[in-house]
Design a protein around this ligand. Structure first.
Ligand SMILES: [Fe+2]
Length: 204
């Protein structure tokens, strides 16, 4: 289950994602940025009335009602997953079978999905995320983008894959070249086994 407000260790070494994401980026991103969301979120949870909830429900319940808590809880949720959406020697086109079939059915195939996902991340104006999610209402996969700490969780969906397009995620390695970061990330770092597992859980 999701942790509430503790910083999980990275599931790999800081230098494991090079050359696509450097140890310096991961040190700042995980140890400083994610840690700040944890520290601030924990403080803002106190007295909010949502203390007994799990992280996912804190995110959903604070959305539109408690901006400070939502921003930090949302970003904590997003980052807990972001570390697991990557792995050394990830990417490629070999996806778990059921997920690949669903992408063909709903999103026009892998190449179209890849293009749309990168486009969503490129065109998210300012800080935010690009997503592959399962829409609970329609039962279909969707590619979307959100600002700041929002995610499909608060729009009736289950996030299956998300990429951080805040500058802190790519500026050290790619400077302002966000599209280059997105292509390198998608083609070399995505942990498709993990995405497939989340898809199976969401459709079980
Ligand atoms: Fe981030």
């Amino acid at each position: 289950m999701t942790t509430k407000f503790t910083l999980p260790p990275l599931p790999y070494a800081y230098d494991a994602l090079g050359p696509y994401m450097s140890a310096e980026t991961l040190e700042f991103h995980h140890d400083k940025h994610h840690q700040a969301y944890v520290t601030n979120g924990e403080k803002l949870l106190e007295g909010s009335g949502l203390e007994i909830l799990e992280l996912e429900d804190i995110v959903k319940e604070s959305f539109g009602k408690n901006a400070g808590l939502f921003n930090n809880a949302g970003q904590h949720y997003n980052h807990v997953h972001f570390w697991n959406w990557m792995k050394p020697n990830g990417g490629g086109k070999s996806l778990p079978g059921k997920l690949a079939a669903k992408i063909d059915e709903d999103l026009g195939g892998f190449d179209k999905f890849r293009g749309d996902f990168i486009q969503a991340g490129t065109t998210q104006f300012g800080s935010g995320w690009a997503w592959l999610s399962l829409n609970h209402k329609t039962g279909k996969l969707e590619v979307t983008k959100t600002a700041n700490g929002e995610s499909p969780l608060v729009h009736g969906g289950k996030p299956l894959l998300g990429v951080d397009v805040w500058e802190h995620s790519y500026y050290i390695d790619y400077r302002n070249a966000r599209p280059k970061y997105l292509e390198a990330w998608f083609d070399n770092l995505v942990n498709w086994e993990h995405v497939g597992k989340l898809f199976e859980e969401a459709t079980a």
